[in-house]
Write a protein that binds this ligand. Sequence first.
Ligand code: SF4
Ligand code: SF4
Ligand code: SF4
Length: 292
Amino acid sequence: MKLSRRDFLKLLGISTATLGVGATMAPPLMSPRRSAIPVGPRHSKGVLIDTTKCVGCKSCQIACKQANGLPDDRPVALSATTLTIVDFCNISRKADTPEIRPVKRQCMHCEDPACVSACPVGALVKQENGCVTYDENVCIGCRYCMIACPFGIPKYNWDSANPKINKCAQNCTANKKRDKPACVSACPQQALIYGDRDELLKLAHARIRENPTKYVNHVYGEKEVGGTTMLYIAGTSFEALGFRVDLPEISLPQLTWEAQTKVPWAFFGMMGLLSGIAWWTHRHEHDKTKDE
Ligand code: SF4
Ligand code: SF4
Ligand code: SF4
């Protein structure tokens, strides 16, 4: 995706404005951890979520809590103690006849994650297997990852005396030597399939091709923000299921990097990178406010 002149100028304006503030506010350790340099090919693992098979039993949500030692607090949204949630979306356009579709949500484990680029201390790391891990012992609680994430995933632990963020890091697989994430193992409907991302994409497209009336022709996560390792297929529009459909196909760190290379003297360091990402992440909110 190319930057339009209008987008580029907006990005430039916001970043230049924040640079002055950022330069004085930035802690000494703040430097781009992993600049938005093009990502090489990975052998990412991932999960294909077939929302047409999901029955909303919440077994995945409960298994995630158990595997991560988190309290079963009857959650209604993602939080620092709920790393995966089953949402119930009403896709009906008629107020008197609701049509409910359950959708599991969690970190998308992006291929080129904005949270990793924004984190000044390297608490978030993109692993070779595709997982975006999180180390609370390194985290300083600055919340830049929350600003940068286009999916609103990292959540702050407001109740803690030493608050940090939390998100799905598939620690339940890595730490417990499971062969797949706990949520996948718990699903009784095979709505969640763990495997190589490339193979999952082939499977997703095959299902769509063979059942064109059952699925919409879109694998969510194949291209959004440069690709994610959590992939979704669905029988109704992703917008109706509450997914962001305004995201660019280029990753946000890469997008900011492109702008940075056009005006190197104006875009440097963490604040340029972060403000560029933050503008892309939140611009739909500004557009929505303008429309209302
Ligand atoms: S969804 Fe957000 S928190 Fe998860 S890897 Fe992508 S940018 Fe990071
Ligand atoms: S709050 Fe987020 S960005 Fe800040 S140190 Fe922790 S993981 Fe990194
Ligand atoms: S365990 Fe499977 S069927 Fe049950 S809510 Fe989770 S994804 Fe849906």
